[in-house]
Design a protein around this ligand. Structure first.
Ligand code: PLP
Length: 447
C-alpha cells in the first residue's frame, strides 16, 4: 500500500517511509491510498471475535501488503496488552473505556503499535540511532515515552508546555530515564508543536540527526486507533444479541449507532472515520470539543479559522489548530456539506464539564474524566429517539485527580500503575520557545 500526502506535492511513500518520516516533505500528512472495505462476513461474526482477533484483521487491511503477516500479528498482540471494555453509563449511552493501558489513556494503543513497528523497520534496515520528537499537551508524551521505553536504537524527546500539564501526566514522562528525555518548554502546546515541526523542516539538523515524529500525524499511531472502534461495535452487538436472542444482520447499527469522540488534534476521530469507511456500521460520528471549538465553528460556518489554544480542564484537547483536520478534509473531498453529513460537533466550557462529571457521578456512580465528560454530554444532548450512543472515555479520571476531586468533593484513588510513576524522580531539560535554542540543544546532543 502506498501513502500520499494531503498536499499532493510529495511523491507517494511506502509504509516504511511514511512511518519513518512522519510528515511528508511537502508538509502534508500521509494518507493510505486505498481504504479496504471489510466483507459482510467479518461483521456478521464480529461479536464472537476477541479484541486481538478483530485488530489483526483490521491491521491486515492496512498493513498486510507491507509487513509479513506473522510479524504484524505479533506487533498487534504485543500492542494490545489490555482490553477496551464497553460499559453502560446511562440509558442508551455506553462508555468505551480506553484507559486500561500502561499510561491510562487511549494513546497507549497508537504509541505501543508505532514503537513496535518502527523498531521492526530499524532492525530490518540495520539503521543507526533514530530520534523521535514528540510534542505533548499531556497524554501523548506519556504514551509515547512509555511505548518506546527501552526500544533499542530509538531516543525519544518529549516536548511539553511548562506548568500546563497535570502532575501525574508530567511524572509519566519525566521519571523514566533510559532513552527518554523530557524537554520542558516555557510556552504553550502550540509552541511545542511548532518547535517539533520546525526541527523536521530544518535541513542542517536533519543532516546531523535522523529525526522522526511520534505525534498523532504518524500513520503508525493514527491508523491502529481504528482497532477499538471495531471492538466497541463487537461488544455493543454482542450485548444486543444477548438481549434479543436474535441473529443480527451484518450492517446492524448503521441506522442507530452514534459514536462520539472527545477531540483535540482529531487523530482519534479520524481513525474512527476510517473504520466507518471500512464498513463499520455506524449512523454518524460526533466530535466533542472543549472551549477550543475550531471544528464546531467550521461545521457551522464552513470556515476553518485556527486560533491560539486556551487552557481548559480537558487539557489534552487544548488545541487551536488540529493537525488532523486536513485528513478529515481529504477524506471528504474538502466538501463542507459532506463533512457535516458525517460528523456532528459539540463544545463545552469548564463549567459544563464540571457539571457533567458531578451529575453523572451522583446519578449513575460513573466517574468521567474531563475529556470523556465532553463526549458523554454531547451524546446526552444530541441523541435522537431510537439512537444509541457510545463515547470514548479517553483517559482514566484519576489522571486528573485534583480536578475531579474538587468537582465531586470526594477522594479519587490512583490505580497502581499510575501511583508507581508518582514515586519516581522528575528530570527535565528546561527550554525556551525559540527554535534557535531548541536547535542548538539538539545539535549538541548529536555530538
Ligand atoms: C489526546 C487526547 C484527546 C484528543 O485526541 P486527538 O486524537 O488529539 O483528537 C482526548 N482525550 C485525551 C485524554 C487525550 O489524551
Amino acid at each position: 500500500m502506498k501513502y500520499y500526502s494531503t498536499n499532493h506535492e510529495a511523491p507517494l511513500a511506502s509504509l516504511e517511509q511514511a512511518v519513518v518520516k512522519g510528515l511528508a516533505p511537502d508538509r502534508g500528512l500521509y494518507m493510505p491510498e486505498r481504504i479496504v472495505h471489510l466483507p459482510a462476513s467479518f461483521f456478521e461474526g464480529i461479536q464472537d471475535l476477541s479484541f486481538k482477533e478483530i485488530s489483526c484483521r483490521v491491521a491486515e487491511a492496512y498493513f498486510g501488503e507491507d509487513i509479513p503477516v506473522d510479524t504484524l500479528h505479533q506487533i498487534v498482540c504485543d500492542t494490545l496488552s489490555f482490553e477496551t471494555p464497553l460499559v453502560t453509563v446511562s440509558q442508551g449511552i455506553d462508555s468505551l473505556e480506553l484507559f486500561h493501558g500502561p499510561t491510562s489513556a487511549f494513546k497507549d494503543v497508537g504509541a505501543r503499535f508505532m514503537a513496535r513497528l518502527l523498531g521492526f523497520f530499524i532492525r530490518r534496515q540495520g539503521q543507526r540511532q533514530v530520534n523521535v520528537l514528540v510534542a505533548t499537551s499531556g497524554d501523548t508524551g506519556s504514551a509515547v515515552a512509555n511505548g518506546f521505553l527501552g526500544v533499542e536504537g530509538i531516543h525519544v524527546y518529549v516536548l511539553y508546555p511548562k506548568g500546563l500539564v497535570s502532575d501525574i501526566q508530567e511524572m509519566q514522562f519525566t521519571t523514566l530515564g533510559q532513552n527518554i528525555t523530557a524537554v520542558e518548554v516555557d510556552g504553550t502546546f502550540d509552541d511545542c508543536q511548532r518547535l517539533v515541526k520546525s526541527a523536521f523542516m530544518d535541513e542542517s539538523l536533519n543532516r546531523q540527526l535522523y529525526l522522526t515524529s511520534a505525534n498523532s500525524i504518524n500513520v503508525a499511531r493514527f491508523l491502529p486507533q481504528s482497532f477499538y472502534y471495531f471492538n466497541a461495535y463487537a461488544q455493543w452487538k454482542r450485548r444486543r444479541m444477548e438481549q434479543t436472542g436474535d441473529r443480527l444482520p451484518a450492517d446492524y447499527g448503521h441506522d442507530e449507532l452514534v459514536i462520539c469522540v472527545p477531540s483535540g488534534n482529531f487523530g482519534n476521530i479520524t481513525a474512527g472515520l476510517f473504520a466507518w469507511e471500512m464498513g463499520l456500521p455506524v449512523k454518524r460520528f460526533m466530535a466533542a470539543n472543549n472551549r477550543n471549538d475550531i471544528f464546531l465553528k467550521y461545521l457551522r460556518s464552513g470556515h476553518y479559522e485556527p486560533r491560539p489554544s486556551v487552557a481548559t480542564l480537558a487539557n489534552a484537547m487544548d488545541v487551536g489548530d488540529p493537525s488532523n483536520f486536513v485528513r478529515v478534509m481529504d477524506l471528504y473531498g474538502h466538501d463542507h456539506a459532506t463533512v457535516c453529513r458525517h460528523v456532528q460537533g459539540a463544545a463545552y466550557d469548564d463549567r459544563q464539564i464540571a457539571e457533567t462529571i458531578l451529575q453523572v457521578w451522583q446519578q449513575y456512580r460513573y466517574l468521567l474524566d474531563p475529556h470523556g465528560a465532553c463526549g458523554y454530554r454531547a451524546l446526552q444532548e444530541n441523541l435522537q429517539p431510537g439512537e444509541s450512543g457510545v463515547f470514548l472515555e479517553t483517559a482514566h479520571p484519576a489522571k486528573f485527580k485534583h480536578t475531579v476531586e474538587r468537582i465531586i468533593a470526594e477522594p479519587v484513588t490512583l490505580p497502581e500503575s499510575l501511583q508507581a510513576f508518582m514515586n519516581g524522580r522528575k528530570q527535565s531539560v528546561p527550554m525556551t520557545a525559540s527554535f534557535e535554542d531548541f536547535k542548538r540543544y539538539l545539535s549538541s546532543e548529536a555530538e
